[in-house]
Design a protein around this ligand. Structure first.
Ligand code: GDP
Ligand code: MG
Length: 293
């Protein structure tokens, strides 16, 4: 029996809905999602398996012009995923307001076929503007395919999955057929905590914050987790903690609920805040935080 397998990269501007699509395709919450730009900082792999197919999706950070070392590393993750890709899914918002020139440059350089996914069509009820977008992308990129889609509502997600399976090359599986990802539980836990920080704080705080799990102990009826929240300055530490610890308590409560759901066990979660001055611009520290490219 023949088997198809390949790497499929999701790229586009921040907030286009790449992570929402990845989760819809994989059927699990692999990637964190918030309304804020640059929520995704890593290349996150999500694997879809059936008897004759293995699709290895890479969700990537939204493409921006990097302003500091962390963002450079984020853009390197995008480049890596393009090099490996057998197929590129360019996710674009039907109401995209960003200039997508830098994405186009990357797509034109790439040697793999590109499908354009016009996302968030649930937000537009004008057929005319949908058709216009469709035509625009056909003419601009001459892609292999264009699909209107709603990653949030699942519109066309199955169709796209079938299209991808069709396009995959003949290849044995790259990963164990039981696996959904190459990331550890600790990574997902730190991402869930980071998601809550993106949700609950404004301005520079989410962008100045990183999370690391320092201990993870599984007991029969409870999983005990300690995590550190790193910020760049003392003033940010005070904001994270909030008056009387009120804010960090919220982070902990929301995160704990999601972690419990994710791992299917009761969780005891401890959070500590630490100042690591200017971590976003320091190569050696970034390396320690997993931005090692
Ligand atoms: P990413 O930055 O490309 O990974 O985008 P996310 O997946 O994090 O989504 C950014 C925001 O767009 C979130 O608030 C999502 O809920 C929202 N979103 C994603 N897909 C859709 C969609 O199909 N329709 C609508 N209305 N919102 C969406
Ligand atoms: Mg994302």
């Amino acid at each position: 029996m023949s088997h198809k397998a390949g790497f499929v990269s999701l790229i586009g501007k921040p907030n286009a809905g790449k992570s929402t699509l990845m989760n819809a395709l994989v059927g699990e919450k692999m990637s964190i999602i918030t309304p804020k730009a640059q929520t995704t900082r890593h290349r996150i792999i999500g694997i879809v398996n059936d008897e004759n197919h293995q699709i290895v999706f890479s969700d990537t950070p939204g493409i921006i012009k990097p302003k500091y070392t962390l963002q450079e590393s984020m853009m390197n993750f995008v480049e890596d995923s393009l090099v490996d890709a057998d197929l590129i899914l360019f996710v674009t918002d039907i109401h995209e307001r960003y200039d997508e020139q830098d994405v186009l440059e990357k797509l034109r350089k790439a040697s793999s076929p590109v499908a354009v996914l016009i996302n968030k069509v649930d937000l537009s009820n004008e057929e005319e503007s949908k058709n216009k977008k469709f035509k625009f992308w056909e003419e601009t990129l001459n892609p292999d395919a264009v699909f209107p889609m709603s990653a949030l509502l699942g519109f066309n997600v199955q169709t796209i999955l079938e299209y991808i399976k069709e396009k995959l090359p003949e290849h044995p599986p790259y990963y164990d057929k039981e696996e959904l990802t190459d990331r550890t539980m600790r990574f997902f836990v730190s991402e869930i905590i980071r998601e809550k920080i993106f949700m609950l704080y404004d301005k520079e705080i989410p962008y100045s914050t990183e999370v690391g799990v320092v201990s993870y102990k599984e007991e029969p009826n409870i999983t005990r987790i300690s995590a550190e929240i790193y910020v760049e300055r003392d003033s940010q530490k005070n904001i994270i903690i909030g008056k009387g610890g009120e804010m960090i308590k919220k982070v902990g409560t929301y995160a704990r609920k999601d972690i419990e759901e994710f791992i299917g066990n009761k969780v005891f979660l401890e959070l500590y805040v630490k100042v690591v001055p200017d971590w976003r611009t320091k190569k050696n520290i970034l390396k320690r935080f997993g931005y090692d490219n």
